[in-house]
Design a protein around this ligand. Structure first.
Ligand code: COA
Length: 247
């Protein structure tokens, strides 16, 4: 699988989205590989931290829109929902280095990361409503908690892009850097984490998240059911076809 690359560095598993010709849009095989990697990383005592990144130009354009039609996620065991369960329940620290566009799951994934470093060129968007769909990844629960209700509603109902500075003000990202510095800085932070006692990191992460964990699991499943139903509607199919036919 060349669409997802991996390498290990000082206890950090670096996962690279590598489908740049399609703006790192995520396909079914990519979700399957990502889920497998997260399960392996969780069990591997040599891995303390997982770091997600794309390139200096693009993080991810979200779910592959053609896949939404040809391989819609039907049932709670569809690869995208398995990935979201793996990432939301991941017990070791997750770090993200985000440059360029981060659309849909490219943004909602960040709500499950513990540290997010963004390039000044990062552009986030949650265009679910514009596609006739609803939020996923538990973002209908987590985004209002991170952003406050009005800013979350603005991002999810209007679906307009927001930049790195807005993401910083809202609390979605920890720092904004020059794009060329983002991966190195994220890796330096991940290495710092990897030097700490792993059990202490994992217990601390568990405690930070335990109050909302049951509600989050339920919400991810509820969103998945609604999302799958909405994906079958003519409104969503036409909106998605509109993207494919835009030229
Ligand atoms: N699924 C499938 N292909 C995608 C994609 C997606 N989510 N996003 C981009 N691509 C493909 C384009 O079809 C295009 O492929 P082509 O060259 O074979 O035609 C290529 O990636 C480049 O995309 P393009 O739109 O030309 O790049 P851009 O820089 O003008 O715009 C985006 C980038 C991400 C803003 C734009 O591609 C976009 O809006 N994509 C859809 C995002 C989306 O709605 N995701 C789903 C969220 S639920």
């Amino acid at each position: 699988m060349t669409d997802i690359l991996t390498r290990e560095d000082s206890g950090v598993l670096i996962i690279t989205f590598n489908r740049e010709t399609k703006k790192n849009a995520l396909t079914v095989p990519m979700y399957q590989r990502l889920t497998e990697l997260l399960h392996q990383a969780e069990e591997d005592p040599a891995i303390a931290v997982v770091l997600f990144h794309g390139s200096e130009q693009v993080f991810s354009a979200g779910n592959d829109l053609a896949d939404f039609i040809s391989h819609p996620p039907d049932g709670l065991d569809a690869p995208v929902w398995q990935f979201l369960r793996a990432v939301s329940g991941f017990r070791k620290p997750l770090v993200a280095a985000v440059c360029g566009v981060a659309v849909g799951i490219g943004t909602t994934l960040l709500l499950h990361c513990d540290l997010v470093l963004a390039g000044s060129n990062a552009l986030f968007s949650l265009p679910f409503v514009n596609l006739g769909l609803c939020p996923e990844a538990g973002s209908s629960l987590l985004l209002p908690r991170v952003f406050g209700y009005q800013r979350a509603a603005e991002a999810l109902l209007l679906g307009e892009p927001f930049d790195a500075e807005a993401a910083l003000r809202a609390g979605l990202v920890n720092r904004v850097l020059e794009p060329a510095q983002v991966l190195d800085t994220a890796l330096a932070q991940a290495r710092k984490l990897a030097c700490k006692p792993l059990a202490a990191l994992m217990e601390t992460k568990r405690l930070l998240k335990s109050a909302e964990a049951p509600a989050l699991r339920e919400r991810i499943d509820e969103e998945a059911r609604v999302f799958a139903r909405m994906l079958e509607t003519d409104t969503a199919r036409q909106a998605i076809a509109g993207f494919s036919n835009r030229r």
